[in-house]
Design a protein around this ligand. Sequence first.
Ligand code: AMP
Ligand code: GLY
Length: 424
Amino acid sequence: MKVLIVGSGGREHAIAVSVAKSAKVEKIYCAPGNAGIGQIAECVAIGAMEFDKLAAFAREKDIDFVIVGMDDPLVGGLVDELESAGIRTFGPRKNAAVLEGSKAFSKDLMKKYRIPTAAYENFDDPEAAAAYLKEKAKYPIVLKADGLALGKGVLICNTMEEALAGVDSIMRDKKFGSAGNRMVIEEFMTGREVSVLSFVDGKTIRIMTSAQDHKRAMDGDQGLNTGGMGTFSPSPFYTEEVDAFCKKYIYQATVDAMAAEGRPFKGVIFFGLMLTEDGPKVLEYNARFGDPEAQVVLPRMKNDIIEVMEACVDGRLDQIDLQFENNAAVCVVLASEGYPVSYEKGFAIQGLEKFENAEGYYCFHAGTRQTQDGIVTNGGRVLGITAKGSDLKEARANAYAATEWVRFENKYMRHDIGRAIDEA
Ligand code: AMP
Ligand code: GLY
């Protein structure tokens, strides 16, 4: 098969590494890709939102299967576009990707189908939102821009003043653009967060192993929210009891709800869960692999990823027995100093060759670029260093050791990825 992957981050590199292991695959393209992906795939300079060009490229190269990794093209309808051009594509159609693309939609879905989540109200008028915050809200409270906002559209507000300012920035100043045309105001919950990824074929769901992200920029969960500074898998807090609860009330219920709404979901559903005192609740849905969750989940997957993805597209996921290695993985993101606000790019990266024959170690590229003089930094998140181990502690020690193999100017990382393991 010839496979085209759409995206350019660490997640797409992790997908590409899994795809490259598939016995069914002879050639991988990636649009637009990055320097790391370019070592195992042919990168093509087409942006993920250039739907016409992607479809034309796929037809021209006789691509058998497209995998869309990123949220923007999924929510924008790339899968529909490719399918109507006759190209088999893994990922939800536009009417299903709305599960991630509109938080108001996903909250209403959960309410209608009694899927556990925080209490909330939706607003499309800033006056009404302000009135609610003055008259009815309990603090702290959570404000969420309805649409995609690079993972930054969530504000946790401790006071009414903060929340009113938040409404202004989301709905009036449009800090997150049209994502702020509507807004969700929801109850603040406390508990541990767990990410659970799953494959879905429209009716059947298969859960992958659990993971945990670290969203804040600095040690001790301080600093600004980022795309994710590191992950570990499995989460020791995702117990059998939690799993049983989610299987009963959340996973299949979500898939059935989408089907009942005439929006059958095929692809990856990423459940962002919070383990509250009242049981697990859904914080958010994503319609794709997590980044950097994919970087710890996929290296542990035993199945041929193409077989699983084809089963999703064909609606025969019930025949797939999804299997994960009985070990652990930790990913530490190497970022550019200053991320997520402002940072310099273009610094040479040294030491990448150390990963070439290191079994159980991975260097996933996120923001890198190939130049004539070698590979240079090209983003806020630069690399994701993943290592496996027989347990989480060993995986963490291995991953941190491997972070030292790579050097570039302004290299920045958190030093406490997986510290929660010690509390388990
Ligand atoms: P989201 O993009 O919806 O995952 O939100 C980003 C982060 O905000 C989550 O990972 C949580 O840490 C936090 N968050 C979102 N919703 C809530 C909530 N209702 N209560 C407490 N924290 C929340
Ligand atoms: N790591 C969180 C996300 O991919 O949304």
